[in-house]
Ligand binder design. Structure first.
Ligand code: SF4
Length: 347
């Protein structure tokens, strides 16, 4: 195949991808995305290896959908979120937002897309500038990214404060004057200032008391319904994403172990890692709906992403490990309608 033929094939592939996206109302499509961090060593500080924080991850998210991404610390879920927003540069792969590949575009073009792609961080105290008033914090994106007048910016910040359950008079206060839950509401208002289509929620309730978590999750769900938002919701436990997600992806050591519609993953988890994560969630007895699960326990720590195990990276902790697991890496395969799992038990 000549270079020109390859180019035409690539363009054709892009076009068919794009068409497929439009057909399926897909807002964002992540294709074979990798993020490797170099490990330097020796006197000359040469690259002696790589930390594979995100390793060949692919999924789509439809408009208005919430994809929950779950995994323990070090699974690569937060890095994935930052790569999608291009806060970190991807090492490889494609990120299609509304059909346009944003994985390697320049800063100026990316700025246009950023209006539609926002993030809410775990720790609002760290992400909100303590020297800025709440009004300034919410209006800052409008000041930088739009031509809205001062009066329009003020009006928008008041509207957003009220939408997130705070008062117009809170505009003049500073982040330290609020509780953790209220600060996260301010972060959400700031993230919505530019009317984004897509919001990455990076453990937005992990630092909050359990009683406050439910309030913030309900608020996020209401805002999603009102503004038609699409969420990528990152959390370290399956309990948190249960009520807000339409589908759930479970990550382990930079890769997706399992992805399925929410009901499927909670009622019929297939990957041993997902089963173990669900074992650690307390089961509430709700009568006939109570799900009786086999208890799957795992031991040991997450291996280093700089030196992952061969074959299945979960094999050092898996109670069902067998010979094939060390020799061959399981690929993510569809086992039932929309239910994908990367495990040799299913192939
Ligand atoms: S591939 Fe093997 S080690 Fe990996 S999860 Fe499946 S059974 Fe366990």
């Amino acid at each position: 195949m000549t270079n020109q033929d390859k180019h035409v094939a690539e363009l054709t592939r892009d076009h068919s991808d794009h068409q497929q996206l439009l057909d399926q109302d897909t807002l964002i499509s992540v294709k074979n995305v990798k993020k490797y961090f170099p490990v330097k060593g020796g006197i000359l500080k040469r690259t002696v290896g790589h930390i594979k924080a995100v390793d060949d991850v692919s999924f789509d998210i439809k408009e208005g959908e919430t994809l929950g991404v779950v995994g323990e610390s070090g699974s690569g879920k937060s890095t994935l979120g930052r790569v999608i927003l291009r806060l970190l540069e991807p090492t490889d792969g494609r990120i299609l937002f509304e059909g346009a590949d944003i994985a390697h575009i320049g800063n100026r073009k990316m700025r246009e897309h950023r209006k539609n792609m926002q993030i809410v961080f775990q720790d609002p105290l760290a992400s909100l500038n303590p020297k800025m008033s709440v009004g300034e914090l919410i209006e800052e994106p409008l000041l930088v990214q739009t031509s809205a007048t001062k009066a329009e910016r003020k009006q928008k910040s008041i509207e957003l404060l009220e939408k997130v359950g705070l008062r117009a008079s809170d505009r003049t206060k500073y982040p330290h004057e609020f509780s953790g839950g209220q600060r996260q509401r301010i972060s959400i208002a700031r993230a919505l200032a530019l009317n984004p289509k897509f919001v990455i929620c990076d453990e937005p309730v992990s630092a909050l008391d359990v009683s406050i978590q439910a309030q913030v999750l309900n608020l996020m769900k209401d805002l999603q319904d009102e503004f038609g938002l699409t969420y990528l919701f990152i959390a370290h436990d399956l309990g948190v994403v249960k009520h807000i997600s339409d589908r759930v992806a479970v990550m382990y050591l930079g890769r997706i172990a399992e992805i399925a519609p929410k009901d499927e993953i909670y009622k019929n988890p297939k990957h041993p890692y997902t089963q173990a994560l669900l074992t650690s969630i307390p089961v509430v007895d709700t009568g006939e709906d109570t799900i009786q699960r086999e208890k799957v326990k795992i031991s040991g720590e997450l291996p280093s992403p700089a030196d992952p195990p061969s074959g299945c990276t979960f094999r050092t902790r898996c109670p069902f490990v067998h010979d094939r697991c060390a020799a061959e890496r399981p690929e993510l395969k569809e086992t039932e309608n929309g239910h994908y799992v990367a495990c040799h038990l299913y192939t």
